[in-house]
Design a protein. Structure first.
Lengths: 108, 136
């Protein structure tokens, strides 16, 4: 009996690139590269339990007005959003709101 | 019938219920870039001496998207920063202000302001990434 030990790789390249020869940066998807998977998204003015057993990585954007938000990493108000092993914390003292994106990926 | 597309990490079972065991899982969204610099090459902003420049990028998404910005505040330094600040880092010539009057995202535009604290014009390179998600 012969047993083949094969590794199946799935790749999708960007238009104009040969999926067999292009660099990873020119791929839309590769099964050889882990992707960020979203645990939860939302808006909060306080703390949100993320339910993960570690401190996850996240994107956060602070609210500037009813029609405007800051960009990722723009610490617009004095309290800077953060995560710990239990929560995402907008740290806004009740009035400051953040959009958050929390991923299944340890950041600590 | 719901079709699920999953790719497990090496050594993990595709039948796992732990999302961390997967490279990709269609039941857990991944962030998608809907707009970035044309041809994925950096753009530049010319900042006059001891002054500033405002940069406007139109996205027309109709919602406030998540946005990431990288700049090289000192031309040709090779040092790139994510986001913005309220001051110029000690070693840099320029900075993107965190002042929400000038750097912000709304449902149509992404705008940012670069200040130049030197006495000569600076050409600042930047990359931006607009994600197709509103976090709502």
């Amino acid at each position: 009996m012969m047993v083949l030990n094969m590794v199946l790789v799935v790749k999708l390249s960007k238009p104009g690139f040969d999926v067999k020869t292009c660099q990873d940066k020119d791929l839309i998807f590769s099964s050889e590269r882990n992707m960020l998977k979203t645990k939860m998204v939302g808006n909060t003015t306080g703390s949100v339990a993320h339910g993960l057993a570690y401190t996850p990585i996240y994107f956060a954007m602070n609210k500037i007005s009813s029609t405007k938000f800051g960009i990722i990493g723009q610490n617009y108000f004095s309290g800077i959003p953060y995560t710990d092993a239990s929560n995402f914390v907008s740290n806004g003292g009740g009035a400051n709101e953040s959009k958050y994106y929390i991923f299944y990926q340890s950041g600590a | 019938m719901t079709t699920v597309f999953k790719l497990a990490k090496a050594g993990k079972s595709v039948g796992s219920t732990n999302p961390e065991d997967f490279i990709f899982h269609s039941e857990y969204a991944s962030v998608k870039i809907v707009q970035q610099n044309e041809d994925e090459e950096y753009d530049t902003a010319t900042v006059p001496a001891s002054s500033y420049v405002d940069v406007t990028i139109t996205h027309n998404l109709g919602f406030i998207p998540m946005v990431m910005l990288y700049t090289e505040p000192t031309p040709s330094s090779g040092r790139w920063y994510m986001g913005c600040a309220y001051y110029t880092p000690a070693t840099e010539d320029t900075y993107v202000t965190a002042d929400g009057d000038y750097t912000y995202v709304d449902d149509t535009y992404f705008k940012f302001r670069i200040y130049n604290n030197t006495s000569s014009q600076k050409i600042v390179k930047y990359y931006f990434y607009i994600f197709g998600d509103s976090a709502e």
